[in-house]
Design a protein around this ligand. Sequence first.
Ligand SMILES: Nc1ncnc2c1ncn2[C@@H]1O[C@H](COP(=O)(O)OP(=O)(O)O)[C@@H](O)[C@H]1O
Ligand SMILES: [Mg+2]
Length: 256
Amino acid sequence: MEEFISDLTPGAEKPAIEMIGVNKWFGAYHALRDIDLTVEQGERIVICGPSGSGKSTLIRCINRLEAHQTGRIFVEGTELTADLRRIDEVRREVGMVFQHFNLFPHLTILENCTLAPIHVRKMEQAEAQALALHYLGKVQIPEQADKYPGQLSGGQQQRVAIARALCMNPKIMLFDEPTSSLDPEMVKEVLETIIALAKEGMTMLCVTHEMGFARQVADRVIFMDAGAIVEINRPEAFFANPRHERTRLFLGQILK
Ligand SMILES: Nc1ncnc2c1ncn2[C@@H]1O[C@H](COP(=O)(O)OP(=O)(O)O)[C@@H](O)[C@H]1O
Ligand SMILES: [Mg+2]
């Protein structure tokens, strides 16, 4: 009993995410191999690795866009299983931003941002609009609220996608190569938006090859290869002193 009570004392925070011995196959293809990863509250993790190494699959398992087959995944203390109620619970806590912004082209920016709060959270329209404008302000594009996605640049659309995710008030944000499909001149504005979020203490996992960003914001950097976490370390050590040959090769290629 004593121990049970001490678990609930402040400071004894549960991890944001726990993955224990997670494996995933697509048919015969072994896409995730024995993934063990604990992400603490407020921690910022950058994931890098060659194409096809399982980076997207790993973060998609965290909000059950993909189902793992063995091992266990806990998000904010809730275990992800086939139980749909739990999947909903987890998705409530997790926002996701993709490489392609996935905005609805026939809805305005404001409508894109209020859609889920109104229909999923049952929020009043006026309240949802105020919330959306607040977050569009945060990502520095409040003046675009009445436009359609096609009228915005890629960088602006990606910032809308970030605002849209924030409107659901997530505890964790997952980014899957959020700047990979942007023209180079727009990468910075999107990274700065993510950096601002990181500074506010949002727990985040970001798949990216922007190593300057990793150095600046990551608490830990993960290198994946062939479905496994090969190396995980603080950025200073990760870049100065990669322990594995595969990490060295990869860094050599992308830092050229
Ligand atoms: N839905 C799927 N069905 C079959 N194979 C898939 C599927 N999604 C991903 N894969 C395979 O799993 C591997 C890891 O993919 P992914 O996680 O997207 O890699 P990354 O994001 O690191 O490029 C790749 O070989 C990919 O082809
Ligand atoms: Mg990917």
